[in-house]
Design a protein around this ligand. Sequence first.
Ligand code: SF4
Length: 692
Amino acid sequence: AAMRETELKRTKTVCTYCGVGCSFEMWTRGRELLKVQPQPEAPANGISTCIKGKFGWGHINSEHRLTKPLIRDNGAFREAEWDEAYALIARRFGEIRGESGPDALAFIASSKCTNEEAYLMQKLARAVIGTNNIDNCSRYCQAPATESLWRTVGFGADTGSIADLEAAELLLIVGSNTAESHPVIATRMKRAAKLHGQKHIVADLRVNEMAERADMHIRPEPGTDLIWLNAVAKYILDSGHADMDFINDHVDCFEDYRDSLAKFTFEFAAERTGLSQDELQAIADNIIAAKTVCGVWAMGVTQHTMGADTATALCNLLVLTGNVERFGTGGYPMRGHNNVQGTSDFGCMPDRLPGYDFITDDGIRRQYEQAWGVDLTTRKGLNNHEMVNTIHDGDLRSLYVIGEDMGIVDSDALHVQSAFEKLDFFVVQDIFFTRTCEFADVVLPASPSVEKEGTFTNTERRIQRLYEVFPPLGDSRPDWRIITELANALGADWRYDHPSEIMAESTSLCDLMSGVTYERLAGFGSQQWPVREKGASGAERLYNDGTFHFKDGNARFHPVDWTEPTDQVDAEYDLHLNNGRLLEHFHEGNLTDETPGIVFKISQAFVEVSPDLAAERGLQPGSIVRLVSRRGAIKVAVEVTDRVSGHQLYMPMHGRANSEAINVLTSFEADKDTDTPAYKELAVRMEMISAD
Ligand code: SF4
């Protein structure tokens, strides 16, 4: 028994599956994971986890893991040693930069990777290659939310903490399938409802679990959230229930905002959204009655051509009612991946350095130039979405993508895949041979979260440390090591032996994080940015004293107007298809498909169909149908459920083959302000393949 004791190892790590940021200990023996053990001191989750955090670790020792670099030779991949792979990449990157300039290369960082890896990736692009063509997958999800918060309160992040969400009297949950996408936060919301009568108003096309439990569930027409949000704001203002003391003391642009609301009467809103005036009245009454309100939103708001404007309408409403700085209030875009927040925080954006400082800010850029020993370009960089079309145009020749199965998760996947075919040189770094790897020239085997050290930042800006649970499998390496070695192959002289050194460099340059230290993050320790005093715990709320992140310290209203969504239903494409996550699976399934118990529960792509539509079209549960959009077609099984209504369909994003993946159908239209694809604006027609 003593022998077995010594073999047992307990290591703290942070979950890799969503932005809640649950932390726990992993009990291991050798490469075997014995159990996931939550601890009461875990700051975001205490003793809770969900199915993914508890059981979704089949990927660690999967036989499908990449363990050797792969190089394409005469059309087929062969295994190679690291040195050969690095030498090839350095040579081809060098040639392309020599022929076409640094902007012919582009870099996509991963929101599954650590903050330290994000920092290195943007440093590689900017300091070693000389381009601002660097972005990350928040472009696919919450970039519009970040934009809306920049416009109104200043920082692109949750204004408060998970504790505020629990304390609020009212949650306004818009386009967020919280129970499946952020299960542990949803648990705390449900507990708040039970323990102190917290009210939930849920706006969603579909009766998801939060909608089912809500005090009020509304189902506006697709793409009309901005209208009812503005209408409710107008009513609150006109009826004298705006927080005028707060507005007079702390908010700019009030008159413009008031004028912009003029047309958003209940009558106008009811006509466009399909909601009744009674429903609109009830929403307004609930907001007026509640002393503390939090706005919670996710992809149902952001993945539209007016995603940023819709998120802004919600932020305006929170500002109008004084619900942005006190305990129990605020705006909460739910961050999807484990480190969506951190990957942007640490500078993987085309126009911003770590801490959201603009690359065009001469003073700040000079500090980086001095520290890195290079001149940095201020030429505008490309975001993910622009990269695809620039490849098609022939101006972008090489792409280096980390941990992102972009060929199937980006919208209009066939358009993206045909871009990949045009690349002169394509490097993909991942833990599995993804759909995207099929288009690569070199594939580099990376390590998952449990095989590396570093930090993640969760949805409430909380930075937490992860420790190495297992050594890297086979010849795979942690991403920070790969990026460092690649930079050195390209002529840099980077000497990082541990992620703590990368964090120390970053925090010495970035004001927002200047107080972050590995010592303070030890064990279950955490810090919430902004944190400027070494080792301090940081800020639970961003604007405690009514000072917002603008020069004059005031928040501001940002007027927004409504435009029609794209890809509308018509006689030919007569059904609206919505899409989102499943509780059991992570996105398209790369990671969770490696856990047999999870695959057993949900094994094939399916589409939810309402009982009315099933009756109308003669569909049975299990019928196989073809869904055809203006871009492509896929084949899926039917599930008949009253979670969806009428001519609206819902499909999980799980599915990786072109024959079943939702993004073969979605369009390349994007949010007009941030280029986030309008995944939720999608019309299809349905053709029967087999009825039973
Ligand atoms: Fe992981 Fe999110 Fe589940 Fe927590 S709620 S265990 S972070 S997937």
